[in-house]
Design a protein around this ligand. Structure first.
Ligand code: BGP
Length: 468
């Protein structure tokens, strides 16, 4: 039932929720292994904002009961988090599980279910075990693809009775970009050839995990599996042919290289021919391509934060260094663009509508949801009032604008079933650590005290009324 003066009413059973991940919320308590970020922090803490690492994060490992109660309190009906490979698995080669970890995740899932919150469980959120990088080269290796599938299978077997909605990867493109192109994830390489192999291997790993899922009891009992992609719709600087071609390539590389295999089971032809001609195409086998072809997702999650503005190259691409997708475009800094000054990301709510139309028209109108959207702001403490509530009106405005465009897309037939904000409770954000806060709920890092922000109260009302 909508409120009396409601302008935007959403479909029945709409997911009103938020997303986080294991490595960003739990803390490293009792974890047998380190992921690439744990390791990077141990060897180079100064690479992280204020030298804050993942050791405690938002203490979800110890606080999960209270945290889930707070999520319930602000009206979330669904929450995504992830199971950490480095927590669940004792022996990566055999897939043997850690008993305490199994108990921990079961307790967490039971708590979500007890509170009536639908848990959406992701299997990989940038958290490759460092051992598998050192031993095999991480996602460069197909051996690691097999070990990931072993881990995924374990998760379906252990938690399939409690979880109906699974996700293979969060933002696999960020692994490609962060680890192999633009140096913001360990091992910080610049290697276009490896980047392309990793891009392929991540697609293969997702398809193989989907194959395993569809053969599992969980699928037979009505479970489903998808992938979460960060989409940055590429817009050309101008209508000129050169600018349009630049934007087209950016779109192919950044978005379609995962969207196509995940939904259509194939790679974009044009992209493949450019990579081949440039000598950076991945190694694949016909059997693998068949696995990708026949194991597409049941649903899509979209993380939308900002668009990508492209222009034709104005300077010659340096062929002496590594291959980069920028061989075919340059990023365009559009004058007058509306910016989030803390994150330096453009704010462009209409892109969410463009995504809705794109999924509807070009991807068979597959069921999809916004898996992350939100606004990171530095120094939110200054907005705390006498009652102790952070008055984050800018976040409410940001969300309302994005939701209004999403609503238009839904009204025009796009099959969107939910909206998750990043993130329920302020959490550790990789290199940025706790610089920019995103949550509906604030965390005081010194005391780990958690308080609901104004946006959390807003969310409660929106969820109750199924719109605003
Ligand atoms: C997304 C990731 C999240 C989170 C968010 C905000 O790309 O899926 O894990 O980190 O971005 O990130 P940041 O703190 O870099 O702004």
């Amino acid at each position: 039932m909508g409120g009396l003066n409601m302008k935007y009413e959403f479909p029945k059973d709409f997911w009103w929720g938020a997303a986080t991940s294991g490595p960003q919320s739990e803390g490293r308590f009792h974890k047998a292994h380190r992921n690439v970020f744990d390791y990077w922090y141990d060897i180079e803490p100064e690479a992280f904002w204020n030298r804050v690492g993942p050791n405690v994060a938002s203490n979800f490992y110890n606080d999960y009961r209270q945290d889930i109660a707070l999520m319930k309190e602000i009206g979330l009906n669904s929450v995504r988090t992830s199971i950490q490979w480095t927590r669940l698995i004792r022996d990566f080669e055999t897939g043997t599980e850690d008993r305490d970890a199994v108990q921990f995740y079961r307790d967490v899932l039971d708590e979500f279910l007890r509170q009536g919150i639908r848990p959406v469980i992701n299997l990989h959120h940038f958290d490759l075990p460092i051992e598998l990088y050192e031993k095999y080269g991480g996602w460069e290796s197909k051996k690691v693809v097999e070990l990931f599938v072993l881990f995924a299978q374990k998760c379906f077997d252990l938690f399939g009775d409690r979880v109906k909605d699974w996700v293979t990867f969060n933002e696999p493109m960020v692994v490609v970009e962060g680890e192999y192109l633009y140096q913001f994830h360990y091992p910080n390489l610049v290697d276009g050839k490896k980047a392309c192999q990793v891009l392929y291997n991540l697609n293969l790993a997702s398809a193989k995990a989907i194959e395993a899922f569809h053969a599992s009891d969980c699928a037979k009992q009505g479970g489903r599996i998808g992938i979460v992609l960060n989409l940055t719709p590429a817009y050309p600087r101008s209508d000129s042919e050169a600018d349009r071609k630049a934007a087209e390539f950016a779109e192919e590389f950044k978005n379609n290289s995962f969207l196509y295999p995940a939904i259509k089971g194939i790679f974009p032809e044009k992209l493949v021919s450019v990579l081949e001609q440039d000598g950076v195409l991945w190694e694949s086998t016909p059997e693998e391509l068949e696995v990708i072809r026949s194991n597409t997702v049941d649903f899509l999650g979209v993380n939308y934060y900002h668009p990508f503005r492209a222009k034709a190259r104005e300077t010659a691409f340096d062929d002496g260094g590594s291959w980069l997708p920028e061989k075919y475009f340059e990023e365009y800094e559009m004058p007058g663009a509306r910016m989030n000054p803390y994150r330096r990301w453009e704010i462009y709510p209409k892109a969410i509508y463009d995504i809705a139309v794109n999924v509807r028209d070009n991807y068979g109108n597959l069921p999809w949801y916004i898996a992350e959207n939100g606004m990171g702001v530095e120094g939110e403490e200054k907005f705390r009032d006498e009652e102790g509530v952070i008055r984050d009106t800018y976040r409410i405005e940001f969300l309302e604008e994005h939701l209004a465009w999403l609503h238009k897309g839904i009204t025009e037939g796009s099959n969107c079933f939910g909206f998750h904000m990043w993130t329920p409770i302020d959490c550790w954000s990789w290199k940025n650590a706790y610089k920019n806060r995103y949550g509906f709920i604030a965390v005081d890092l010194a005391t780990q005290k958690k308080t609901i922000k104004q946006s959390g109260h807003w969310m409660k009302k929106v969820s109750r009324e199924n719109g605003f």
